[in-house]
Design a protein around this ligand. Structure first.
Ligand code: IFM
Length: 487
């Protein structure tokens, strides 16, 4: 049977707007220095895949394989951000954002991954940064958002320990060129996703399904995230705020009173939420919960690595979309746990199949903020995908708008309870290429018509704009999701 994606029109299910949302609230509640942004990534938006000397990336290669991406889509044109960045930055400015997060395509700057620099590629990012600054948008630059140069993959990519040095050289090139103008640097985007989906599940580039590849890539990514931080700090000791970003999900046992599910939840938490975070603090990997990681230690960790994995980041980027429910599973050897899909649980879900559960962001901010030496947290991604339709000049997206309002409310809730949260970046500024899902799921505050590349600010974007202008979000009947809560 054809499974239609979920459509949520007003009134929305109550899950969109939890009663814990601290209404009313306005921008002023977050303080004057809070960063208000939106995020994007190179492969998902730039296009121009062979333009002006850019080398191929593993995503250029992976998307050429038949059947790995929905409808065999690819990022060769994407949202044409490479050519249209000024228009998009004008729109971002028009929304009243203070910050814009983008990533650099490593093979655009270094077509072979190392060695000769592609001057035109570097010039492009120079222009992009200047274009942000001209519009009073503070740039946050992510060094690695998954598009590894193919030339480095040919040498083993993340499974080759030399990647730590290759990555450091690349970081230094970017710091030397843009360090005078970029205040916020994010070293790596969501290591667990590109390592896990790319090396264990095989659904992302480079498409490997191998436990050894996963463990070695994971260890080298952990080393690279710290080494990248050190490279940036050495060159930009006074000017840069250096962070890195982590995917995370609030996890609860599927059967709350069941001790097997409870233990499985602790293991899944170690894998999905703690694995890349704790080594930065000098706590090492969560081996007690995941004994299988001894294999990683024995085979890939060298003497001195515990020190090398440490780095005192200025901020952690928290990237959260949903919660997961965990069930004991005898079939998954690494963690003996599986995630029960939202569809099977009968709860509202997004176009990604992810449960609509904005409180997850609050729980993860609390969890990360509870580490004794946690740096400042910045929500560098938060968002939701729903099918949108443009009607003339309008895109009515009540579900995304409510999700955005509720997520911002959950940030305030954590902040009021003492968590040091410095900013909120919505994923994403525009609709874009959603990896294995192609162009189907739409996360943007701005709609893209992929045939004409026409941009249309959605109702969620319009609401964000009025919120950033100072409008208060009231607990009134005017809010469609709140109506559902009040019914
Ligand atoms: O689109 C991705 C992004 O590249 C990384 N974080 C999650 C987003 C939604 O899946």
């Amino acid at each position: 049977m054809l499974k239609l994606p979920p459509r949520y029109d007003e009134p929305l299910p109550a899950a969109f707007f939890p009663a814990s949302t601290p209404l009313p609230f306005s921008r002023a509640d977050f303080g004057a220095n809070f960063y208000w942004g939106a995020s994007a990534a190179a492969y998902q938006t730039e296009g121009a895949w062979q333009h002006q000397g850019k080398g191929p990336s593993i995503w250029d290669d992976f998307t050429r394989r038949k059947g790995v991406i929905r409808r065999n889509e690819h990022g060769r044109v994407a949202t044409d951000f490479y050519n249209r960045y000024e228009e998009d930055l004008d729109l971002a400015r028009g929304l009243g954002l203070t910050d814009f997060r983008f990533s650099v395509a490593w093979p655009r700057v270094l077509p072979e991954g190392i060695g000769a620099v592609n001057r035109r590629g570097l010039d492009y990012y120079d222009r992009l940064v200047d274009a942000c600054l001209e519009r009073d948008l503070r740039p946050m630059l992510t060094l690695y958002h998954w598009d590894l140069p193919s030339a480095l993959q040919a040498r083993g990519g993340w499974t080759n320990r030399n990647i730590v040095g290759w990555f450091s050289e690349y970081a230094q090139i970017m710091a030397r060129r843009l360090g005078d103008r970029v205040p916020h640097w994010a070293v790596i985007n969501e290591p667990m996703v590109f390592v896990g989906a790319g090396h264990l599940l095989g659904v992302h580039a480079p498409g490997r399904r191998h436990l050894g590849a996963f463990l070695s890539a994971a260890h080298h990514a952990t080393l690279a995230q710290a080494e990248g931080g050190r490279a940036l700090r050495a060159l930009l000791p006074d000017t840069a705020q250096i962070g890195t970003t982590f995917s995370c999900s609030y996890l609860t046992p599927f059967r709350p009173g069941n001790s097997y599910d409870q233990a499985a939840t602790r293991r899944a938490d170690a894998l999905l939420n703690r694995f890349f975070v704790e080594p930065t603090l000098g706590l090492g990997y969560p081996v007690a919960e995941l004994p299988a990681l001894r294999w990683l230690l024995d085979r890939y960790q060298k003497s001195g690595d515990e020190q090398r994995m440490k780095f005192n980041f200025d901020f952690w980027g928290v990237q959260n979309y949903t919660r997961e429910m965990v069930r004991f599973s005898p079939w998954l050897p690494l963690q003996w746990a599986s995630l029960v899909p939202a569809k099977q649980r009968g709860v509202p879900y997004t176009d990604m199949g992810w449960e609509v559960f904005p409180e997850s962001l609050y729980h993860m901010l609390k969890q990360f903020g509870a580490y004794p030496n946690a740096p400042q947290l910045i929500v560098t991604e938060s968002g939701s995908a729903f099918p949108d339709e443009r009607q003339g000049k309008r895109v009515a997206d009540p579900a995304r708008r409510a999700f955005l309002q509720a997520a911002i409310g959950q940030v305030l809730r954590a902040k009021r309870e003492g968590v040091d949260v410095g900013g909120y970046f919505s994923w994403s500024l525009t609709d874009n290429f959603e990896w294995a899902e192609g162009y189907g799921p739409r996360f943007g505050l701005i709609h893209i018509d992929y045939e004409t590349q026409q941009r249309t600010v959605k109702d969620s974007g319009r609401w964000y704009k009025s919120f950033l202008k100072g409008e208060t979000l009231e607990a009134t009947e005017a809010n469609p999701a709140q109506q559902a809560v009040n019914r």
